[in-house]
Design a protein. Structure first.
Length: 285
């Protein structure tokens, strides 16, 4: 657990590979060693990452600049944990562990898809292996000369030119192609990277299908991943709500109390796992 954080973010080290500080007033990351009486470590982890646990810590914790809260041991050691989680034979602990595991798998899948899209087009190379590939450098009829590209994500576009198509991204010289499909692939790569600077060498090394139909298939594959990202984002939110709802019920939290907890956290916590600016990670249509 990060000692100073805007929200609870506990992780489980089942193999015991890490050594942490005790969790005093210093910075950095520290760990908690649960007692042998804890029935399910995954159930305990789910509770520690729940909204109600975060609320209880923030009610007593020290607050620092930037809305960072202390998750030191002095604020965690008296955190009330439901007996059902401690009981190894508890059906509630098993259910909670199952919900937490499902959420972890969905979140991992969601993040992997985002990384795949951000690494376009190289991350799709295996799926378009039936096509002959060539580098952007080999396919382009002209490209920037600056080693470092300054990119304005709002200015990325494909423009028709006298002899082909140009990929514009800033005031620097554009990438130029004979075929629009190659230009569209570079546009998608620049947008998916989501960065304000890129090395020219890296962009020139991107491999694209030589044939335009291969580029169309590549763009379609990226669009399918975009849809999967949106779908998994919704699933993560739904599963988070299901898990927190189960913990609310376990702790006998009323509807009004739940509104108070979530209203407080919406004001004093950082963004959730699935951020509202998700669309920035997706290709523009």
């Amino acid at each position: 657990m990060q000692l100073l954080s805007r929200r609870n973010s506990f992780a489980l080290d089942e193999a015991g590979r890490f050594v942490f500080q005790a969790g005093g007033k210093g910075g950095g990351v520290y760990g908690i060693a649960p007692a042998d009486s804890v029935g399910s470590l995954r159930a305990l982890l789910a509770f520690l990452n729940s909204k109600i646990a975060d609320f209880l810590v923030k009610e007593t914790s020290s607050v620092y600049g930037g809305r960072f809260y202390s998750y030191a041991d002095q604020f965690l050691k008296d955190l009330p944990v439901p007996n059902e989680i401690v009981n190894s034979k508890s059906s509630e602990a098993k259910t909670l562990a199952s919900l937490a595991e499902s959420l972890a798998e969905t979140t991992e899948r969601h993040l992997a898809l985002i990384q795949k899209l951000k690494a376009f087009p190289e991350s799709f190379a295996d799926e378009i292996s039936k096509y002959e590939l060539d580098s952007v450098k080999g396919l382009s009829t002209g490209h920037p000369s600056s080693a470092q590209l300054s990119i304005d994500l709002n200015l990325i576009s494909v423009d028709k030119t006298l002899y082909g198509f140009a990929v514009k991204y800033d005031s620097q010289r554009p990438f130029e192609f004979q075929h629009r499909e190659h230009a569209e692939c570079v546009v998608r790569g620049l947008r998916n990277a989501g960065r304000s600077t890129l090395r020219l060498e890296d962009v020139l090394s991107w491999r694209l299908p030589v044939k335009t139909e291969g580029c169309l298939e590549l763009l379609e594959l990226a669009q399918k991943v975009s849809k999967q990202i949106k779908d998994t984002a919704r699933r993560v939110i739904e599963e988070e709500e299901q898990l927190n709802g189960f913990i609310y019920k376990l702790c006998r939290i009323s509807t009004n109390e739940r509104k108070i907890i979530e209203g407080f956290l919406s004001r004093y916590s950082s963004v959730p796992t699935i951020t509202p600016d998700l669309e920035e990670l997706l290709p523009k249509e």
